[in-house]
Write a protein that binds this ligand. Structure first.
Ligand SMILES: [Fe+2]
Ligand SMILES: [Fe+2]
Length: 189
């Protein structure tokens, strides 16, 4: 399947605003890949397709999440399902059989320790792409940071997520905590 075919299929499966967000993540992910020496072609595909399962109905994604190997804490949080489920669909639905792209899509909702450069880039680009204008001031400052120090931007994105979960009285998944602890340790060295 070529890029145009993937793009068309994705567009048919997503709500317009989600498709537009995906294109914006794709663009920022490519720029960050070029800046930090990741594979820009993989960043393009991972960015485009990271939310491919976002608008799937809950019943279907509830069935598919069981096949993904996601751990129990993820299975209990439906908002996290579209990462693992989207990764699971890459091969059959988009013809992408690539471990790095799989990992980047799988973990964009969950996060984890020792993320690859590509996974980190998708995780960050997803949070700060320019169309997320409800947080315009914050996202533009963090975008600038991402081009200077990727780990500092990663910490900011993660801490913002943790704070927001705490404020809303929601559970914090372990991936966020792992990222926070790992990056804090690295930046303080
Ligand atoms: Fe997502
Ligand atoms: Fe996204």
């Amino acid at each position: 399947m070529n890029y145009e075919e993937m793009d068309r299929k994705l567009k048919s499966r997503l709500k317009p605003e989600r498709y537009s967000h995906s294109k914006s993540v794709e663009k920022l992910a490519v720029e960050l890949a070029e800046k930090w020496g990741a594979d820009a072609k993989k960043a393009r595909l991972a960015g485009l397709l990271h939310d491919n399962a976002k608008n799937m109905d809950k019943e279907k994604s509830g069935i598919l999440i069981e096949k993904t190997g996601a751990d129990e804490s993820v299975k209990q949080s439906p908002t996290l399902w579209h990462g693992p489920v989207g990764a699971y669909l890459l091969k059959g639905d988009y013809g992408i059989d690539d471990e790095e792209i799989f990992d980047a899509v799988f973990y964009h909702t969950i996060g984890k320790k020792n993320m690859s450069l590509l996974t980190k880039i998708i995780y960050i680009a997803d949070a700060i792409e320019p169309e997320r204008d409800e947080y315009a001031d914050w996202t533009s400052a963090c975008r600038e940071k991402a081009f200077k120090n990727l780990d500092a931007a990663l910490l900011e994105v993660t801490d913002r997520t943790i704070n927001s979960l705490v404020k809303r009285g929601l559970k914090i998944n372990f991936g966020c905590i792992d990222i926070h602890n790992e990056v804090i340790g690295k930046l303080r060295k």
